[in-house]
Design a protein around this ligand. Structure first.
Ligand code: KE4
Length: 447
């Protein structure tokens, strides 16, 4: 992989191209997170300057209907007036204190009230931090070292989890031949992760209950199983009936800690997240994205006996300068206030309309396409399907997705620049926006 961007292709306009050229000299790939670099779809990423509701605008003044939603946080849409007003008021009273504030108490109360498995929680500044802390806690609580994760699931960039990870890891493995994609056993998928660290991570296929039984039968001190209860980072893949229940039962029988990584699904697919939607009770839950309302927030929480092991109460250390930041807490609170039962019904209706529309457009163009959806998160896979795990997701035609991506972008619709990500519908999208999106998709798919 070299640092130079691919030859200019469709994508951003001249102002974005100039910004991208300068950015590439200053930041790796010109971006602050790899998947934003358009490596999987080619072209120059538009540099965005404004968002409002379901729309964003780039540096060249081009308008797009947005289904990225900042990778999930903006469930209420861009610059929601209530969120902007609340954040402005809070910032004017001081942006950060490094001391406890009432807003943290209010936000902790709101999260614990919505997620029954959370007796106690700690706020951090990213999903990665939340997962790192949850796994450290699970290892301390059990005195064991092994972690079980699922192929294609992504849990942030902590060393132990960059093993057959999804999201940008899966995207780049397809976009950059020769990238470190290790087949088989748990070897690092990223340079810089010592084999000895990855060796304590075991990877099994998502939705494969027998594989999970086998890894527990093989024994060997499993501290925790971490799972995206609805996978979003191989593209959206729902849990097979009974799969999560089996994982939960196996963890309980073996005394391993069950960690639900609900950084995407938390407050996205239901107010109580996937665990609320499916009636499960993990020992620890990781949250992020929606609870920050567009500001940097993560959280981990769960059983009180576990969380009381966290410093300053117990021996497990975890800290953060901006953890529980009052401005971010207020953004999260205002966002959660918008998420009532009617909101989730609306998100589900819009998600269904978009999924059905995309599937119909593909059928009319005889393009093999399967759309996986849970609530307002969905992925159109360029394959006949079904897509039930990482292996079947990777059978998708990523070049076909790239052409579709640019066909939509050219028609003013912005979706994730990777086949292995989730599209997000927000409360700001309308039925008319969905119809317009489906029309653009039909045109982009037409041979
Ligand atoms: P952050 O550290 O990026 O806040 O969260 C990491 C994380 C943890 N768990 C799940 C299930 C996640 O999806 C993520 C991050 N998601 C990616 C997109 N799939 C963030 C986008 C990016 O990496 O730029």
């Amino acid at each position: 992989m070299n640092g130079a961007p691919r030859a200019a292709a469709p994508g951003g306009g001249p102002r974005s191209a100039a910004l991208y050229a300068e950015a590439c000299g200053l930041m790796p790939g010109g971006v602050n997170s790899p998947v934003r670099a358009y490596r999987a779809v080619g072209g120059t990423p538009p540099f965005l300057v404004r968002g409002e509701g379901a729309r964003v605008w780039d540096a060249d003044g081009r308008e797009y209907l947005d289904y990225l939603g900042s990778w999930g946080p903006l469930i209420a849409g861009h610059a929601h007036p209530a969120v902007v007003a609340a954040v402005t008021e809070t910032a004017a009273a001081g942006s950060s204190f490094g001391a406890p504030t009432p807003l943290e108490v209010e936000m902790a109360r709101a999260v614990a009230a919505a997620v029954p498995s959370i007796d106690m929680l700690r706020f951090v500044s990213s999903g990665t931090e939340a997962v790192m802390a949850a796994l450290r806690l699970a290892r301390a609580a059990t005195g064991r070292r092994s972690i079980v994760k699922f192929d294609g699931c992504y849990h942030g960039h902590a060393d132990a989890l960059l093993v057959k990870a999804g999201s940008g890891m899966m995207t780049l493995a397809h976009a950059s031949p020769g990238a470190r994609a290790q087949p088989g056993a748990a070897l690092p998928s990223s340079a810089g992760v010592p084999d000895e660290v990855a060796a304590w991570t075991r990877v099994v296929p998502f939705n494969d209950a027998d594989a999970v039984r086998a890894v527990f039968r093989a024994g060997g001190e499993i501290a925790a199983v971490i799972v995206e209860p609805v996978a979003g980072n191989m593209g959206v893949v729902p849990p097979a009936p009974g799969f999560l229940e089996t994982v939960q039962d196996l963890c309980r029988a073996a005394g391993a800690v069950l960690v639900f990584d609900e950084v995407i699904t938390g407050f996205r697919i239901a107010r109580g997240g996937a665990q609320g939607r499916y009636g499960l009770k993990p020992d620890l839950t990781c949250l992020g994205k929606v609870i920050g309302g567009g500001f940097p927030v993560g959280a981990y929480g769960g059983r009180r006996d576990l969380m009381q092991m966290i410093a300053p109460l117990g021996p497990v250390y975890q800290a953060g300068t901006l953890s529980g930041n009052p401005v971010a807490m207020r953004a999260g609170l205002e966002t959660l206030r918008l998420l009532d039962d009617a909101a989730y019904r609306r998100l589900d209706e819009l998600g269904a309309a978009l999924a059905d529309g995309l599937a119909g457009a593909a059928r009319r163009s005889s393009v093999p396409l399967v759309v996986n959806r849970v609530g307002s998160m969905l992925t159109p896979f360029f394959t006949a399907g079904p897509v039930t795990d990482a292996a079947s997701a990777q059978r998708a035609d990523v070049d076909g997705y790239a052409r579709f991506f640019h066909g939509l972008l050219a028609r003013g619709v912005m979706v994730p620049p990777s086949q292995f990500e989730a599209w997000f519908v927000s409360l700001a999208h309308t039925a008319g926006d969905v119809r317009r999106t489906v029309d653009a998709a039909a045109a982009a798919l037409a041979r």
